[in-house]
Design a protein around this ligand. Structure first.
Ligand SMILES: Cc1ncc(COP(=O)(O)O)c(C=O)c1O
Length: 374
């Protein structure tokens, strides 16, 4: 008998596990007659802000939109520079450009996957033309970027700090949740995220009342009062159906993250000693394993082997933003070539991880990887 395929991720399993609560939340919204904003969105915004431990959360239509709103709410626009990474979802960079600003891409840390504070400092020493305005680190794969030095650089240069928390719901740095360090934090609730909706959804969060007002206006045509735009905004409202689903799921996030960590610990243990780089662990960081990413010089052959054993894997992401056709040659010169970013591109492999994966299936993944190297 052949074993059942192991998917890399499985948002449907997450839905089925919480089906009763989610179905009830959807039915409640359908019966309410309120299909744009309203109490469901407000209720989730309040719950999310309380969970994060900061003052204001403002829903958006997606994580990409959340980043665009954040950049614009900070008053950053045409020709101003936002320092971020190339090793991220293209959404991070696309959203900065959509706000009219110029993304400046810096390298990731050697041995890690998040913004290198030294590369950031070097980029600020010799920036491209334009006014440096913000730093936008990405807490990729569920691991916080090195926020202490990054925050110090932001303070030193008088820059805004915007956190991309699309993959880091619940991750902590020195005991504090990611998303509570910057001027504004941006979350995605794409269905496979640690806190996932059943469609597109996103959130911005801030402790600053004025920024919260700006975010609220910008997400709905710039309205201060209905039908009257105080500024030019867009339409990116959080859908009440998604808000109700997310409110039902938020209380499960801690447990879901614990199950992800348990799987990661099993992988750590089972893969030790193989010619692979395993995800690093840093004392000041609590990782939530949105992805469990290994590195191997034989990545493509290993991936093929796992595919043959019906084990799904992912590559997040196969091409860094600065090398993608839409961006290549357009986002500045990279004389040094972002060496760590380019090196990672050929080596990274995301193993199956999601709360419902279970330790038995993680064992099977480990056994197949060990078989490959034997
Ligand atoms: C790091 C990162 N930033 C931004 C986004 C954009 O989020 P969304 O897909 O909700 O627009 C994503 C998710 O796709 C992401 O992983």
């Amino acid at each position: 008998m052949t074993a059942a395929p192991v998917p890399q991720t499985d948002p449907r399993a997450g839905y089925l596990e919480q089906k009763a609560e989610i179905d009830a939340a959807i039915a409640r919204v359908l019966a309410s007659g309120q299909y744009i904003l309203g109490p469901e969105v407000e209720g989730f915004e309040v719950a999310f802000a309380a969970w994060l431990g900061i003052g204001h959360a403002v829903g958006a239509g997606s994580g990409t939109d959340a980043i665009e709103l954040a950049v614009r709410a900070c008053g950053i626009g045409e020709g101003e520079l936002v320092f971020t990474v190339s090793h991220t979802a293209v959404a991070t960079v696309a959203a900065i450009e959509r706000a009219g600003a110029v993304p400046v891409l810096v390298d990731i840390e050697p041995g890690g996957f998040t913004m290198d504070p030294e590369a950031l400092t070097a980029a600020l020493r010799d920036p491209p033309r334009g006014r440096p305005a913000a730093i936008l680190p990405v807490h990729l794969y569920g691991e916080p970027a090195d926020l202490a030095p990054i925050r110090e650089v932001a303070r030193h240069h008088g820059l805004r700090l915007i956190e991309d928390c699309a993959q880091s719901h619940g991750a902590a740095y020195r005991g504090r949740k990611t998303g509570s360090f910057g001027d504004i934090a941006c979350f995605s609730f794409y269905p496979t995220k640690n806190l996932g909706a059943l469609g597109d959804a996103g959130m911005t969060a801030t402790d600053d009342r004025e920024l919260a007002v700006a975010l609220r206006e910008l997400r709905e045509y710039g309205w201060r009062e209905r039908y009257v735009s105080a500024r030019t905004g867009i339409n990116t409202r959080l859908d009440p159906l998604q808000a109700a689903i997310l409110a039902a799921r938020l209380p499960h996030l801690t447990d879901d993250n614990a199950r992800r960590r348990a799987i990661a610990a099993r992988y750590d243990e089972g893969l030790r000693g193989l010619p692979l780089a395993l995800p690093r662990r840093r004392a000041e960081c609590s990782h939530v394993f949105h992805q469990y990413v290994i590195r191997s010089a034989e990545r493509d052959r290993l991936r093929e082997h796992l595919r043959g054993a019906q084990i799904g894997t992912g590559i997040h992401y196969p091409v860094p933003v600065h090398l993608q056709p839409a961006y290549r040659g357009r986002l500045g010169e990279f004389p040094a070539g972002l060496p760590e970013t380019t090196r990672a591109m050929g080596e990274i492999l995301s193993l199956p991880i999601f709360p419902q994966l279970g330790l038995d299936r993680a064992f099977r993944v480990i056994a197949e990887i060990r078989r490959f190297f034997e």
